[in-house]
Structure formats: structure tokens, C-alpha cells
Design a protein around this ligand. Sequence first.
Ligand code: AMP
Ligand code: GLY
Length: 427
Amino acid sequence: MKVLVLGGGGREHTICYKLSQSLKLNKLYCIPGNGGISQIAEIPEGISLTDFEKIADFCKEKQIDFVIPGPEEPLVKGIRNYLEEKKIKVFGPDKVASLIEGSKSFAKEIMAKAGIPTAKFEIFDESSKAKAYVEKRGAPIVIKADGLCAGKGVFVCETKEEAIKAIEKIMEEKIFGESGNKVVIEEKLVGEEATFIIVTDGETFKTLPNSQDHKRLLDNDQGPNTGGMGAYSPAPVITPQLQKRIEKEIIEPVLKTLAKEGHPYLGFLYAGLMIVDNRDPYILEFNCRLGDPEAQVILPRVGNDLLELINMTLEGKLSEMEIEESSGAAVCVVMASKGYPGTYEKGKKIEGLDRASQIPGIIVFHAGTTKKNGEFYTSGGRVLGVTALDKDIPSAIEKAYKAVALISFEGAQYRKDIGQKAFKHLK
Ligand code: AMP
Ligand code: GLY
């Protein structure tokens, strides 16, 4: 089969890596790709992620069997609808179902309709009313811009003043543009976060290995929020009993509700959870895709042929598949450029990739690299995701940091405590 992956980060390198192991794969393409991806997929020049017309022409020319969008942007902009009209298959939700990530107010309304446990909320389209609500409710309180904000649209506020300021920035100063036309204001939940991702054809779903991300830049969850500085899988906070409850109380109702609305969900669905009191699962957010860097620890632990899994799902035969989860653990440490998540440096030569990759159980995924004359250079905020597979989380942590120590580029920064959150559950 011939497959086109859309995206150019660590998640897409991981998807390409898994697909390239399939005996059913004849040809793999990726737009826009990156240095690491260029070693396993062909990257056509001059096509951007959201140029649907050029992507469609490319798919026709190369007779692509299906397209896998990695990030949310093309999905929320309706790539599935656009390509399907031209008889090109897309593994991802349609434009309306993608609003589960693209609009926080839409997502909250679906959660409410489905009766899913989530933080109590109100939606506002006028800043004066939003501020009055904050005055009445007090802090702590969470303010969320409605639309896509590249992961920056959520303000967890400890004081009323912070919350009022967040509303002003979002709704009056419009720091996120149109994405701030509405805000969701909700109660703050306290607990431990975990990532729960499923594959679904709209009716049947299969749960992928669970995981946990590290969103803050610095050790001990300090510093600014990032796209994710590392991940581990499995997340021991999710016990087998809890997994069953999440499937019953969150996944089944959301899929049923979306189907009832006329937009059955197809693709990867990401549930960002807060586990309250180590016991009760609440949904914080849905994403219409795999997580990044969660994919870098989830997919290497899946024994199935990813191409077959996706193809069977597209054919409505997911019920015939079972997810094979490896018994060990995976840990991914993200190496980022100096300055990230703000303005960051680029063009630094990366050394030591070969030596690190030679360690058994190490896979170095590229997130922001380019390849020039056989050498790799940094080109993004997050540069690499160094994934280690081993028998358990402590061994995988040790191995991941051994590999990280072999890799260098000027200004490289990474967290030293990835995976340690799991320890309290492992005793
Ligand atoms: P979201 O994009 O909705 O997942 O929000 C991003 C991050 O903000 C989450 O991963 C949480 O760390 C935090 N967050 C969002 N909603 C809440 C909430 N209701 N209570 C506490 N933290 C939250
Ligand atoms: N790592 C968080 C996300 O992919 O949304």
C-alpha cells in the first residue's frame, strides 16, 4: 500500500517508523516531514500541511491508499471532508467531529450531552459577563480560550485577578485572534494527569497503551508550559479497573454522542484525563489525534502492524483486531533548543545520533531537524525525542538518559526527571 503521513514532528516520525515496519507498505510519503523522517519516507518538495488542493493532486498522482494526518490543524480545517470528496481515504475525524479539539465550548457541550465526568463549566462570548462570573465564583478557576491556540490557551488561575487578566488577554486584546471569541470557565480539578488514546471507526474502539506527558519545561513541573518535554508508558496511575471505568464512563458515551450528532468519529481520539484522588477519572480535554510526545512511547509498545490496524479501521473491521501491548515500558526524553518554548535557536549541528541509536532498545525520533550533506541540524523548538524500551520504567529511564548523554548540540535542554512521577505507584 501507499501511504501519506501529514506532519513533521516527533509524533509523525514515530508514525512513519511504525508504518515502515509493515510488510504491506510499498511506499511511504510525508509532508512536510523532517530530517529523521527523510530517512524512511519520501518528502515531496513545496507542499504545505494545509494546502489541501496540492495534497489532493499529489495523492491522485501517486495513487495513495490513505492519508494519516498527524497534527490537529489539517483535521480541524476539514482535510477529511475535502479529500473524501475526491475519493481519497483519510484516517482522522471529519471537520465537525474534530471540533472536539478545535472548540473547547463544542467539546464541553458534547461532554455535557454525553454525561461524562468533567469540571463544571460555563461558556461566555462577552468579556463583561465572563468577568462578572469570575467575581462571583472566585478562585482557583480555569480560563480557556475556545479555539486552537497551539497549546497556550489554558490559564489555570490561583487568584481572581489572574483570571480577570486572562479573560482580558483572550477576549479583549485577542492574543489568540478569533480563537478568543468565546471562553470556557471551569472549576479547577486537582489530581494526577494521564493520557488515554483509542483507535475507533465510530462504533468499535480499541484502547492503546496509556501514558503520561510532562508539559512543563523544567524539573518538578516548574517553568512554562510546552508541547511536552517527555513521556512514559504505561502510566501506573491507570489501573486495569480504572481503564474499564474510563472506557465505560468517558469513551463509550462520547463516541455514541458524536455518532448521534451525525458525525461518527474515525481515527485516534486522545482523552486528557485528571485522575482525582487516585480513583475517579475526569476528562480535561479531547484531542483529535495522537499525542506528541505520547506517540513516541505508545506506538513502540504496540505489537500490531500499524498499517494493518489503520487499514482495518478504515474498512470498518476494527472489531476483528486486538491491540497487542508489550509487557515492558517506554520512556521518551525530549531534547529541545535553547530558548524553547519561546523564540529558539536553529541550525545547530547534532552530534552522537549514531552512537545513541546503537544502544539496544533506543529509538531516536526527530522532531525538529533537517539533514544536509549527511549531517543533522536543529530546526525546531523540540529537536529530538529519545525513546528507550526496557522491562520496566526505572530501567527505561536509565537507558533513555544514557542515550541522551551521548547526543549533543549547542544549547540543548532537557528535563532530568522524566518518568519519576510513576515511582509513587510502583512501590
Ligand atoms: P487542556 O488543553 O484543556 O488539556 O488544558 C491544558 C492543561 O491545563 C491540562 O493538561 C491541565 O494541566 C490544565 N488544566 C486544564 N483544565 C484544567 C482543570 N479544569 N483543572 C486543572 N487543570 C486543568
Ligand atoms: N502532549 C500533549 C498533546 O499532544 O496534546
